[in-house]
Write a protein that binds this ligand. Structure first.
Ligand SMILES: C[S@@+](CC[C@H](N)C(=O)[O-])C[C@H]1O[C@@H](n2cnc3c(N)ncnc32)[C@H](O)[C@@H]1O
Length: 291
């Protein structure tokens, strides 16, 4: 399995957790706003394998036209396959018309376009004039403050509202053991390490997003969207520990810290095999619109 296939597997596994976590207050407020439109043109930032649009399909009663913007072409290929499977499982006919996928049943029509490119190059990718909504799920903790600000300026230019869900703000293991806070701190340092675009916001994205959206003149509603991962889902816990195991060594230099990480991981694996480990992960959702 290559890296993208593994990433796709993770994105699929988290769907039910995201669905449970999404803040209904925030979501309902967005739905209210969209009620008066009879056709919706929506852009999905960092669409990955299309999990976000699949979540919203059944929540929208109007005719829908989706534009999935994703920089990873292989994920968008997987998105196409997943969308066709979704259609079969949910009583829709699917038709590939040139590069568009059209899903229809007796009452609904959903058109999906896939666009390979960066969210930060939007104006060169599509004409933003006719869109009703932008959505993004689990994307902005990866962005730097500057990138997020640039995106907001673009949204302002086109008065495009945005529903941004599942933005990571922190985690903790239950029960807590020695070194948890150190290791989680290293994990956060890795998210905020220096990269070619600057530093990712990581767990600080929530407070920055709130300030930046307000600052640019949006009306903003914010809500919590936590995951509760029980001790009976070792696959999910394995994913989280795996991310920590892969990323932390990239930012630690001393051998003693690597030993600390190894010992800690071993301890967590043992707790997991005895079904004694669970985890909660904090996120925030934002609905921002223009008046
Ligand atoms: C954690 S995944 C979430 C995927 C999807 N939204 C979901 O809910 O399953 C974050 C996605 O954002 C994409 N991404 C990050 N920065 C991007 C950028 N500047 N332009 C386009 N896509 C980006 C990544 O390639 C990745 O697929």
């Amino acid at each position: 399995m290559n890296k993208n296939q593994k990433l796709a597997q993770w994105l699929e596994h988290r769907i039910s957790y995201d669905a449970k976590a999404r803040n209904l207050n925030v979501e309902t407020s967005c739905q209210e706003y969209l009620k008066r439109k009879n056709h919706l043109k929506i852009i999905d930032f960092g669409a990955g394998t299309g999990a976000n649009c699949r979540y919203y399909f059944s929540k929208i009663s109007q005719e829908q036209e989706w534009f999935l913007v994703e920089q990873n072409e292989e994920l968008l290929e997987i998105a196409l396959e997943s969308l066709i499977i979704w259609a079969q499982e949910n009583g829709y006919e699917s038709q590939l018309q040139n590069s568009r996928l059209v899903l229809t049943n007796q009452v609904h029509k959903i058109t999906i376009h896939r666009i390979v490119g960066s969210i930060l190059d939007l104006e060169n990718l599509i004409d933003l004039n006719t869109f009703d909504l932008a959505v993004a799920n689990a994307v902005f903790d990866l962005f730097s403050e500057k990138q997020f600000q640039t995106l907001l300026e673009c949204l302002k230019k086109y008065q495009l509202p945005m529903l941004a869900t599942i933005n990571y703000t922190g985690m903790n293991f239950i029960p807590q053991t020695d070194n948890d806070s150190d290791l989680i701190k290293y994990y956060h340092h890795h998210m905020q390490r220096h990269q070619d675009f600057g530093r990712g916001m990581g767990p600080e994205c929530g407070s920055f997003m709130w300030e930046a959206m307000k600052g640019i003149g949006m009306k903003v509603l914010q809500g919590e969207s936590p995951w509760e991962i029980s001790n009976s889902d070792p696959v999910f816990l394995e994913f989280i520990l795996g991310f920590m195991e892969e990323s932390i060594p990239e930012i630690i230099e001393e051998a003693t810290l690597q030993d600390e990480l190894n010992t800690w991981l071993l301890e967590k694996q043992q707790m997991m095999s005895q079904k004694k480990l669970s985890c909660s992960v904090a996120h925030q959702d934002f609905w921002g619109y223009w008046e």
